[in-house]
Design a protein around this ligand. Structure first.
Ligand SMILES: NC(=O)C1=CN([C@@H]2O[C@H](COP(=O)(O)OP(=O)(O)OC[C@H]3O[C@@H](n4cnc5c(N)ncnc54)[C@H](OP(=O)(O)O)[C@@H]3O)[C@@H](O)[C@H]2O)C=CC1
Ligand SMILES: O=C(O)C1=N[C@H](C(=O)O)C[C@H](O)C1
Length: 240
C-alpha cells in the first residue's frame, strides 16, 4: 500500500516504522510544520491515509481525505461530537472511513469482555455499582480517553441503572464516573470496576507500549484501502 500519514507524532512515527516493516510505502507525511503540503495532488499519490493528530484537527483532516477520494483510517480521540456527521459525509460522498478509539486487538477483545460482564451484572445483580478509571501519559490532550468513553457507552447501553457517564467522581448512583489519571509514561490503562458491600469485580487492560495501537491501525488501512463504506475494528478483526 502507499500510505499518507496525517500527523507525525508518537503514533505517526511508530506507524511509519511498522508499516515499512510490512512492505508498505509512506508516500506523504503531513505534520504540523508542512500542512500546506496537504493538497489533492500530494494525497492522490497514496491509496490510503492514516490520521493520528488530535481532537482539534481530526474532523477537517478526515473531511479533506474524503474530498480527495482517499480511504481514511483515524485514531484521533476527543472529538466524538463530530463523529456521526463525518460518517454521514463519508456515506454521502461514497468514501471509505474507519475510526476506532483504540486499535489494539487486546482492547477490542476487552470491549467484548466489558459488554459480556455488563450483561451478567444487569441480569443477575443490581447491588453492584460500576465505575471506570483510565491512566495515560501527561502529554495526552483529551480526558477522559476515547477508549474509556467507548467502554462507558457500552456499559450504559446494557447496565440501565446508569443513565450517563460523567468526568470525575460522582456520588449519584445514576452517574457512571470516569476517573482519569495522568502519569508518565503510561501508554494506556483502562479499568472497569463493579463494587458491592460484599466484593469487587475488576477487569483491566494495560498497554505496555503503543505497538498494538499502531499495528491495528495498519491492519485497518490494509482492510479498507480497496473498499467503500464505513467500517469498524470489529469488521477488521472479526471479533464478536
Ligand atoms: N485510537 C487509538 O488506538 C489511539 C489513539 N490515539 C490518539 O491519536 C491522537 C494522536 O496521538 P499521538 O500520536 O500520541 O499524539 P502526538 O501529540 O504525539 O502526535 C500528534 C501530532 O499531530 C500534530 N498535529 C496537530 N494538528 C495537526 C494538523 N492539523 N496536521 C498535521 N499534524 C497535526 C501534532 O503537532 P503539535 O504537537 O505541534 O500540535 C503532533 O505532532 C490523539 O488524539 C490520541 O488520543 C493515540 C494512541 C492510540
Ligand atoms: O492518547 C493516547 O496515548 C491514547 N489514546 C487513545 C484513547 O484516548 O483511548 C487510545 C490509547 O489508550 C492511547
Amino acid at each position: 500500500m502507499k500510505i499518507a500519514l496525517i500527523g507525525y507524532g508518537k503514533m505517526g512515527q511508530l506507524i511509519e516504522k511498522l508499516a515499512m516493516g510490512r512492505g508498505h510505502e509512506i508516500v506523504v507525511k503531513i505534520h504540523i510544520d508542512n500542512t500546506e503540503e496537504f493538497t489533492r495532488p500530494n494525497l492522490q499519490k497514496a491509496n490510503v491515509a492514516i490520521e493520528f493528530t488530535g481532537p482539534d484537527s481530526a474532523f477537517e483532516n478526515i473531511k479533506r481525505c474524503i474530498d480527495y477520494n482517499l480511504p481514511v483510517v483515524s485514531g484521533s480521540t476527543g472529538w466524538n461530537e463530530n463523529l456521526e456527521s463525518i460518517r454521514a459525509y463519508c456515506k454521502e460522498k461514497n468514501g471509505s472511513f474507519l475510526h476506532a478509539s483504540n486499535f489494539s486487538i487486546g482492547v477490542n477483545i476487552f470491549f467484548e469482555v466489558n459488554k459480556y460482564l455488563a450483561k451478567l451484572m444487569a441480569s443477575h445483580n443490581q447491588e453492584y455499582d460500576v465505575s471506570l478509571k483510565e491512566i495515560h501519559h501527561t502529554q495526552k490532550k483529551d480526558s477522559p480517553s476515547g477508549t474509556a468513553v467507548t467502554l462507558a457507552e457500552q456499559v450504559l447501553e446494557i447496565f440501565k441503572t446508569k443513565k450517563n457517564w460523567v468526568k470525575g467522581y460522582s456520588s449519584n448512583r445514576e452517574d457512571l464516573s470516569i476517573i482519569s489519571e495522568r502519569i508518565d509514561p503510561a501508554p494506556g490503562t483502562h479499568q472497569v470496576k463493579y463494587s458491592s458491600g460484599i466484593d469487587d469485580i475488576e477487569i483491566i487492560h494495560t498497554a505496555h507500549n503503543r505497538g498494538g495501537f499502531a499495528l491495528g491501525a495498519i491492519q485497518a488501512a490494509e482492510y479498507i484501502h480497496d473498499k467503500k463504506g464505513i467500517f469498524t475494528m470489529q469488521d477488521v478483526l472479526q471479533i464478536k
